[in-house]
Design a protein around this ligand. Structure first.
Ligand SMILES: Cc1ncc(C[n+]2csc(CCOP(=O)(O)OP(=O)(O)O)c2C)c(N)n1
Ligand code: SF4
Ligand SMILES: [Mg+2]
Length: 277
């Protein structure tokens, strides 16, 4: 009998035969969207170096992708990615990690490398919670939502991560949800093909930690909610903050050209007559 092999299986480490995700987790959709981008770009997965921190989302590239992958300490993937880009500027560097990893403990690395416009693609899986450690509230947890650490509802205001990264100076910023797999792929393709710091936020359902405690009845309901609340940025002109209060604004928000830091350092070195030793 002829065995049918998934066309993206060639990007997956042969020794990996199972997933670390819970059933219904959005991480599977993001995984496929990333690998589809590599496929559609007709690039070799060895052209990339993937970097992730610690958390459920950080398991997306590691150990799954059959490429060079750095699974580093919690909160530090962007700092590692900066080091990789400085040492191997010809490589495409992609960070894949969670909202907690990138915006809580790793928040300063995020804003400062966006400010510096260091060339890398950052895919931030925003499930609005610390999933892997048991469902604690984090900087993206909406006010009022019940979590393990906020049983009466979160009393903090959340970050709007994309707006934070835009304000910090990133040259490409997009937001999608797991209801937009093709759009995620499209933005990743664009991000990989351009210079500068590219940030793609993906709202992704965590039915086990976020859904269960916040009263959502599983991943289908959570994705239906994404579908109902999503609004393309092009359609928001003229709408008030009140009208947009419960909506998820999706789309590509920023796509500009500006000097990229690693290239600028190379120019300074060349001007100073520096030669690699
Ligand atoms: C220095 C340090 N602090 C805390 C932890 C515990 N820790 C591991 S993963 C994690 C949260 C991960 O949340 P997120 O990045 O949103 O990923 P998710 O699991 O939700 O995908 C925390 C707090 C750790 N491993 N190291
Ligand atoms: S705990 Fe949540 S984020 Fe982690 S694998 Fe399970 S469903 Fe996904
Ligand atoms: Mg999370």
């Amino acid at each position: 009998m002829k065995q049918i092999v998934h066309p993206l299986r060639r990007f997956v480490r042969p020794s990996v035969t199972s997933s670390t995700n819970c059933p219904g987790c959005g991480n599977g959709i993001v995984t496929q969207s990333i690998l589809r981008a590599v496929d559609e770009l007709e690039m070799d997965i060895d052209d990339f170096i993937f970097v992730s921190g610690i958390g459920c989302a950080a398991w997306i590239p590691s150990p799954l992708f059959n490429a060079d992958v750095l699974h580093c300490t919690h909160g530090r993937p962007i700092a590692y990615a900066l080091g990789v880009k400085m040492g191997l500027p010809e490589k495409k560097v992609m960070v894949v990690s969670g909202d907690g990893d990138l915006t809580a403990i790793g928040g300063n690395h995020l804003i400062h490398n966006a400010r510096r416009n260091v060339e890398m693609t950052v895919v931030c899986i925003n499930n609005m919670i610390y999933g892997m450690t048991g469902g604690q509230a984090g900087p993206t947890t909406p006010a009022g939502v019940k979590t393990t650490t906020t049983p009466y509802g979160s009393f903090e205001n959340p970050f709007d991560i994309s707006r934070l990264v835009i304000a910090a100076g990133a040259s490409f910023v997009a937001r999608w949800t797991t209801m937009h797999p093709r759009e995620i792929t499209g933005s990743i393709k664009k991000a990989v093909s351009r210079k500068g710091f590219s940030f793609i936020e993906v709202y992704s359902q965590c039915p086990v930690q976020f859904g269960r405690k916040s009263g959502m009845n599983g991943s289908v309901q959570m994705m239906e909610d994404y579908r109902k609340r999503s609004i393309r940025v092009e359609k928001t002109a003229g709408l008030t903050a009140e009208q947009l209060k419960d909506r998820i604004v999706v789309g590509e928000f920023v796509d500009i050209q500006k000097p990229e830091m690693v290239e600028e350092i190379e120019k300074i070195r060349a001007g100073a007559g520096w030669r690699p030793g």
